[in-house]
Design a protein around this ligand. Structure first.
Ligand code: TYD
Length: 206
């Protein structure tokens, strides 16, 4: 089972997923928790290049290709082996982030970005995608209030960019209803964590 966690900045997805993963582990499930871009030494190096605030000259297609390259290496080294062992992989961000950020907000087009990602992933789609949905204004305010979180190159984009990211995620949820579950991330931390656990257990028990 391959589960991906998606959403705009400041949706609180990591906190909710940490709680959900702990709960599922107490029920006996073996879970590999990982993230993109990153998750392996090579992919973490690519991550540094992508998110470096100094890289103001980065071209949108270069950005899309770097995310896809990082994704491929992470699949090969970490995700596919874990799935082969029969474990549950929970990954913060995956393919849909590229479709929303590079395809939507960077205007490269969803299908163009999907194409390079189908090459990179050999058509590996998640079984379940949890979309932590939140108004960008609220998400960005949460980031601003959280001094522990490091601000990256994409956080610095204007509000309009983040609105397009959100709208594209909602569009993708309509396009892939069989794997998408939308979680209202504006609710309390406890409610969001409970909704996360429920969505994962529903899928596991299918
Ligand atoms: P990260 O600090 O991991 O963000 P978050 O905590 O919001 O998940 O940084 C990842 C950034 O990269 C985030 O702004 C989303 C962006 N991103 C893309 O633009 N395309 C992608 O394919 C992926 C995986 C992430």
């Amino acid at each position: 089972m391959f589960i991906t966690i998606e959403g705009p900045e400041g949706s609180g997805k990591s906190t909710a997923v940490n709680t959900a993963v702990k709960h599922l582990e107490t029920l006996g499930y073996k879970i590999v928790r990982t993230r993109e871009p990153g998750g392996t030494p090579i992919s973490e190096k690519i991550r540094e290049v992508i998110l470096d605030k100094g890289n103001t000259m980065m071209d949108p297609r270069t950005e899309a290709l770097l995310y896809a390259a990082s994704r491929r290496q992470h699949l090969v080294e970490k995700v596919w082996p874990a799935l082969e062992r029969g474990e549950i992989v929970v990954c913060d961000r995956y393919l849909d982030s590229s479709l929303a950020y590079q395809g939507g907000a960077r205007h490269l087009g969803i299908d163009e970005v999907l194409n390079i990602n189908l090459f990179a992933t050999e058509h590996t789609y998640p079984d379940l995608t949890l979309l932590f949905d939140i108004e960008p204004e609220l998400g960005l305010a949460r980031i601003a209030a959280n001094s522990n979180r490091e601000v990256n190159r994409l956080d610095l984009e204007k509000l309009e960019f983040h609105k397009t990211v959100r709208d594209t995620f909602l569009l993708l949820a309509k396009r892939y209803p069989e794997r998408y579950v939308i979680i209202d991330a504006s609710k309390s931390v406890e409610d969001v964590a409970n909704a996360t656990i429920e969505a994962i257990l529903n899928r596991l028990c299918k």
